[in-house]
Design a protein around this ligand. Sequence first.
Ligand code: ZN
Length: 199
Amino acid sequence: MLKIKSFDKCVFELGKLPGIGRKTALRLAMYIMKMNERDVKELADSIVDLKQNIKFCKECGGLSDGELCSICADSYRDKRVVCVVEEPKDIFIIESSGRYKGVYHVLGGKIAPLDGIGPDELNLQRLIDLACENKVDEVIIATNPDIEGETTATYVYKLLKDFDVKMTRIASGVPTGGLLEFSDDITILKAIENRREMY
Ligand SMILES: [Zn+2]
């Protein structure tokens, strides 16, 4: 292997990213080398800026550059409909369908005993508070349709079922075992529109 310090370092760093194997890291580093300097600087700056300035919304736990994300701060969004997702990235996926007008709640993961993640590791308190304070009419559970996602959905359902809250689950238009992130906009839209009441 060639020993070119700056090049090897860039390949090494790119290779730490998920889904980037060594071959892809090499290809990306070659591509970056051919980019003009201004674009490379924009890319590098945007990565640092992302890390330094993006926070988590204090309401929903989604990504934000202020205390509240643009969705929670939007007075046209229906605050009484809350869509529960595993991770902040799921919000982008559902938003891309362009039709959902409620707000979100990010759990910060899903119940996965094999990975040592139980209910205590998830952000569940806000959901209980919203239900207790009668601030929500419907909770749509949009965890992924895999085993851990279903376990988490059932857990959230049991947690809230005694409150006066309609509990719904996104339809399995999202392929069983598939992940939200691999679904196209229309599938996501149908999954939300065809949501069913739980149990
Ligand atoms: Zn928010």
